[in-house]
Design a protein. Structure first.
Length: 557
């Protein structure tokens, strides 16, 4: 345990490292503007503003974040899905961020594993490969074999990574606060808001128990789906800092030659992978937010295995409906539908230019009018419309930007496997099914029936009182200060209007009730339920026609 003085020293030393890297890549002016160079004993004079002139601005930002460490790389990943904050060329470059770290000696890894399991590794593992499969900035991954010969993956966090992340978070929060206070132009980029989002994201990623729960949740969602495989978590050995899961013996989804050598059908794999993402989005509301080729493996029997569940997206039922509305409008190239969907999803700025937004969306869709759905990249089109929405001040929640990234990534992977794959057509059944459920499921029908009942109940409570007052007025039993002509005719028309309204409500209820009955499997003791429902439709239809004829004859309600 470090004492306060040691922590303070480490804090300032890390501060100096961050400022050093800022100057190295040509961003020392930020340190100057917010005043941290003087606080840090004029670091600038020692660094002497090292310049990397051969690199573009986006490249310098990416390399700078990689050199600063895991937290800053995570910051870059968050910014890479924020077209509302940074230009497209920076987004493209930050998407290339490589989460890699120096390999730790196996003795260090062995000590970390034994700390987590509370005993010698020989008591749990028959073998652990000292050569890591991957060395990332937060964790290192090794293959191992349990005492029962089960092959596993051991994902162990780097020692002291919690302290490093917390120290960097404190520095970032100080820098963000100083930027908002001393660089007013930075406020539009919401520095403190981004740091807070980063803080939540990195803390979730550092909790391997949460990742294990994500895996189990994902597996439950795909129970019965033979084309998708989800690895098992070994909970008896999993802790907050170590994840032990089943080893997947397969090849990465972008290793085309190996997939061909296995004799597998790439078209089937591409379509199954795309359908799996659609299911996650439209049915489960729980999706893999980082489905890049390194996180998707193909097993020898053709099944698709997802790995690395640290970054997952969640959608509420309302979110799913908004996504359905957007994709449905995109499929149908409905400009008004696209705009309405974005307005429902996002938060509008006060000065949004609705007319300009309409014109730009129309022009965007015109590029695709001559193309079939098979010729259009769904992810690319949605990403273009999302970027356009951001430019007009429609700020989308972070889950929708994750969804946008996930769709673009999985479509790119699918087209790499099979270029002719039609993601729009694969999405259509999910969109159609969700729209059907929204309007015709038992829950939706029950909701409509409840609304009809409430309306009818209110009408029955109000109309007798109103009719009683009008009848008394017509009979002279109530005194009024003015004289009405033709009151009898008005009362008669009002009576007829109320009766028709009640009849219409009853007919609507019969139609909806019949729809529910027809959709229910089974039968009553004497008559099949479908027959009862059909009779209900016929009766309601005759009553509706009679009501319509009566209205047309009278010329008014």
């Amino acid at each position: 345990m470090k004492n306060p003085l040691e922590k303070r020293y480490m804090h300032w030393r890390r501060y100096a490292e961050v400022v050093n890297v800022l100057f190295k890549y040509g961003f020392g002016f930020i340190a100057d503007r917010i005043g941290i160079t003087s606080i840090l004993f004029n670091i600038r004079n020692r660094v002497k503003g090292t310049k990397i002139s051969t690199l573009s601005g986006p490249q310098r930002v990416r390399l700078m974040l990689e050199e600063m460490g895991p937290l800053f790389m995570k910051l870059g990943q968050i910014l890479s899905v924020r077209p509302d904050l940074i230009p497209e060329e920076y987004i493209r470059e930050l998407s290339k961020l490589q989460d890699a770290g120096p390999e730790l000696l196996f003795d260090v890894i062995k000590t970390a594993i034994e700390k987590e399991i509370g005993s010698s590794i020989e008591n749990i593992f028959a073998y652990i490969d000292p050569q890591p499969i991957a060395a990332a900035s937060i964790a290192q991954v090794h293959k191992g074999i349990l005492k029962d010969d089960s092959e596993v993956i051991i994902k162990i966090q780097r020692p002291d990574i919690d302290d490093i992340v917390e120290a960097d978070l404190a520095i970032l929060k100080e820098i963000a606060g100083l930027m908002e206070a001393r660089m007013p132009e930075s406020r539009r980029y919401q520095p403190m808001g981004i740091v807070n989002e980063l803080s939540r994201s990195i803390r979730r990623e550092l909790d391997f128990v949460r990742e294990g729960m994500n895996i189990d949740h994902f597996r439950r969602n795909f129970e019965g789906y033979t084309e998708i495989y989800v690895p098992k978590v070994y909970w008896e050995y999993t802790t907050k800092h170590m994840l032990v899961m089943e080893y997947i013996d397969g090849v990465k989804v972008n290793e085309i030659e190996k997939i061909d050598a296995m004799g597998l059908d790439r078209k089937t794999i591409a379509e199954n992978g795309a359908r799996a993402i659609m299911k996650q989005i439209f049915e489960d509301g729980f999706f893999h937010a980082d489905p890049h080729p390194g996180n998707i493996f193909i097993i020898r029997d053709g099944r698709i295995a997802f790995i690395d569940f640290g970054m997952m997206g969640r959608l509420t039922k309302e979110d799913q409906e908004h996504v359905v509305d957007l994709i449905s409008a995109v499929i149908n190239r409905d400009v008004n539908g696209i705009i309405e969907a974005f307005f429902n999803i996002g938060v509008l700025s006060k000065d949004v230019d609705l007319r300009g937004f309409y014109i730009d969306v129309t022009e965007l869709l015109e590029k695709y009018y001559e193309k079939t759905l098979a010729e259009i990249n769904m992810g690319e089109l949605i990403n273009e419309t999302v970027s356009m929405a951001f430019r007009y001040g429609i700020s989308l929640p972070s889950q929708f930007t994750l969804l946008d990234k996930s769709l673009m990534t999985i479509e790119g992977v699918a087209k790499q496997l099979y270029p002719e794959v039609n993601v729009f057509e694969l999405a259509r059944p999910f969109v159609t099914n969700m729209m059907r459920k929204r309007h015709f499921s038992k829950e939706a029908v029950k909701e409509r029936l409840d609304e009809i009942y409430d309306s009818a109940d209110s009408l029955f409570k109000i109309s007798p009182v109103a009719l009683d007052v009008l009848n008394k007025l017509s009979k002279g039993e109530a005194e009024v200060k003015f004289q009405l002509e033709g009151l009898d005719k008005a009362v008669s028309r009002f009576n007829r209007m109320v009766n028709r309204l009640i009849n219409a409500l009853i007919i609507s209820a019969v139609i909806i009730g019949s729809a529910v009955i027809v959709g229910v499997e089974g039968s009553s003791i004497y008559v099949p339920l479908s027959t009862i429902g059909t009779v209900g439709f016929i009766v309601a239809g005759i009553a509706g026609i009679w009501l319509l004829i009566d209205i047309l004859r009278s010329g008014h309600m």
